[in-house]
Design a binder for this molecule. Structure first.
Ligand code: DGL
Length: 248
């Protein structure tokens, strides 16, 4: 399969990393809308407009599948993208809900949902989890994490202060934290340290792999897939970060 992976910026690379680790696809076209990131502070109509433009960007590649490696876009624009695209379009939110439900045995588990302002306002995760019987939910928008990651700040004083600022009112230590933004796995180590080893972190990349495995036959592995990177601005910077991240 030849697939497209779309995010507002570099966050979707965390999803590409999972796809590569599991050797699922023969060819991957990555598109990051780096000229207009962040999406998470924008309103619904703008997010939908940008998402439709991303479908148009992919048109010339004759793809078999588009993976929306952005929770914000998955929360608001999947329907519109599906209307526009000539291939299936899969988003990370549904996959994240499923992964959380699968990992937690007890529906009383305390779950903390992190995401951009737009994703948290959409209540997409809460709706999915409530429908599966989970009620002990806290949601926190942590939009600044996106800017920190785009600035390649993955640890240190500024990040610690940002944790304190966002997490000061979090009640009891959560059993699971949903990294409801594909930028956030880049902060995974620091988040794990902050919440402790017992807290499970739900990662959009791993979740989408699990989700895709239910729908497609991946018995044939692709060890050396062809990957092309595109960005709406400064493609070289995106390629540089991609090389660094996909190798570590
Ligand atoms: N990486 C995106 C997500 O998963 C959003 C980042 C942004 O553009 O605000 O929600």
């Amino acid at each position: 399969m030849k697939i497209g992976v779309f995010d507002s910026g570099i966050g979707g690379l965390t999803v590409v990393k999972s796809l590569l680790e599991h050797q699922l696809f023969k060819e991957i076209i990555y598109y990051g809308d780096t000229a207009r990131v962040p999406y998470g502070v924008k309103d619904k109509t703008t997010i939908i407009r940008y998402a439709i433009e991303a479908v148009d960007f992919f048109k010339e590649f004759s793809l078999d599948l588009i993976i929306v490696a952005c929770n914000t876009v998955s929360a608001y624009a999947l329907y519109e993208m599906r209307q526009r695209a000539k291939c299936p379009v899969i988003g990370v939110v549904e996959a994240g809900v499923m992964a959380t439900v699968n990992i937690l045995e007890d529906t009383d588990s305390n779950i903390l949902i992190l995401g951009t302002k737009a994703t948290i306002n959409s209540k997409s995760y809460e709706i999915g989890l409530t429908n599966s019987g989970f009620k002990n939910l806290q949601a926190k928008e942590t939009s600044l994490f996106v800017s920190l990651v785009e600035e390649e700040i993955y640890s240190g004083k500024i990040l610690n202060e940002t944790f304190k600022y966002y997490f000061k009112d979090i009640k009891q230590n959560p059993q699971a934290v949903i990294l409801g933004c594909t930028h956030f796995p880049l902060l995974k180590d620091e988040l794990q340290k902050y919440f402790g080893e017992d807290t499970k972190l739900i990662h959009s990349g791993e979740a989408i792999v699990e989700h895709l495995s239910l729908q497609f036959d991946f018995s044939k592995k692709h060890q050396n897939p062809k990957i092309q990177f595109f960005a709406s601005e400064n493609t070289d910077a995106l390629k540089k970060i991609a090389l660094k991240w996909l190798q570590t």
